[in-house]
Design a protein around this ligand. Structure first.
Ligand code: FE2
Length: 123
């Protein structure tokens, strides 16, 4: 149902913004062979909080990636080993009632600023 998903278009300058729900860690399905493997390895099934992106622009390679909350309790032990330094975003806690009203929040909120860099296709 496209729940917690969206399609957005940047401005001509490539800038973007959107409101969302702050992500939280979640477990990958562990009721099958993957769960058995994790159990044998003594690993938990959790992925740290993250936001997925698929970014497309004419003249550039499509980028499929995600960014992570560096303060997540599972940031050092992602069940699928997807975390790397360049994918850590900074979640800033904002207490600004004017800005909160402008964005339609009822109080404090979290803000992320993250730049994505797209590669040109190899010729
Ligand atoms: Fe995910």
């Amino acid at each position: 149902d496209f729940n917690l998903r969206g399609v957005f278009r940047t401005g001509a300058d490539g800038r973007y913004w959107f409101r969302a729900v702050k992500p939280k860690y979640y477990p990958i399905p562990d009721d099958g062979p993957v769960g058995k493997l994790l159990g044998v390895l003594g690993r938990h099934p959790y992925r740290p909080a993250h936001l997925h992106y698929i970014i497309k622009a004419h003249g550039f390679e499509t980028l499929t990636t995600h960014i992570f909350d560096p303060d997540d309790p599972y940031i050092q032990s992602d069940a699928v080993f997807g975390v790397k330094e360049s994918l850590l975003a900074q979640f800033q806690h904002v207490e600004d009632s004017v800005r909160s009203n402008e964005l339609g929040f009822s109080g404090k909120f979290w803000q992320i600023e993250h730049d994505f860099v797209l590669a040109r296709p190899e010729e």
